[in-house]
Design a binder for this molecule. Structure first.
Ligand code: SAM
Length: 223
């Protein structure tokens, strides 16, 4: 029976790849990859040779049927994204749903994902939380911010470094300057950093220390 295995890949530190991920990447018949160059480098590092097929946000609708045909024709297919777990703010959902509809067995390996270490190390309650991923840039952004402001749960956002200060400014505007936040930056990499404090203080810090790299924002729930 055909099988699709979702394989999380490191979000920075290559030591975070699991032994099981390496075995599946080595043994599978084909790998669907968000960016074949990025995955090609990862495979080269681990001395794995595999057939790579491009599967990304701009072609996933178009190539979905072809991808299913391919998966049905092999024993085990793998889906990877550039970093972390496919399907989490990355392509994956459409393929998983289509596989289930076509009777393909679907499995997701546990592994790297940016929001889990950020959430756990934030110091905010992590027994329940709300994952928002990237906020919409324009339409719908204010609605999301209003909903987040009301949440009693810790909220997780993905954000790009050049939008961080603007986003912290909006958190301050919608939730008040006292709202506690944590900015988790460059997780698992050399310059890993956590900044915790009132949103006004954290914003002030990044206004004078323009951030680089990848960022997760944690917002403490409304008291
Ligand atoms: N699929 C990925 C995952 O499992 O977390 C997320 C992919 S999404 C396109 C990329 C975003 O994840 C970045 O903009 C950033 O918000 C977050 N991210 C990825 N790697 C990170 C890292 N090393 N440190 C902090 N945030 C990271």
């Amino acid at each position: 029976m055909a099988k699709l295995v979702i394989v999380p890949t490191p979000i920075g530190n290559l030591e975070d790849i699991t032994l099981r991920a390496l075995r599946i990447l080595r043994e599978c018949s084909v790998i669907f990859a968000e960016d074949t160059r990025v995955t090609g480098k990862l495979l080269k590092h681990f001395e794995i040779q595999q057939q790579l097929i491009s599967f990304h946000a701009n072609n996933e609708h178009k190539v979905l049927e072809r991808a299913i045909d391919k998966i049905l024709s092999v024993d085990t297919a793998v889906l990877v994204s550039d970093a972390g777990t496919p399907g989490i703010s990355d392509p994956g959902f459409l393929l998983v749903r289509a596989c289930i509809e076509h009777g393909v067995e679907v499995e997701c390996l546990p592994g790297p994902v940016a929001f889990v270490p950020a959430l756990v190390a934030s110091g905010f309650p992590c027994d329940k939380f709300m994952f928002e991923g990237f906020l919409p840039h324009k339409k719908g952004r204010q609605t999301r911010l209003k909903l987040i402001a009301e949440s009693e749960l810790t909220v997780v956002l993905y954000e790009s470094p050049h939008r961080l200060v603007k986003c912290l400014g909006q958190i301050e505007e919608f939730m008040g300057s006292e709202r506690e936040v944590c900015v988790a930056r460059e997780l698992t990499k050399i310059h890993e950093e956590y900044k915790r404090g009132k949103v006004s203080e954290v914003k002030k810090y990044y206004e004078t220390h323009p951030p680089k790299g990848e960022i997760v924002i944690l917002i403490a729930g409304r008291k």
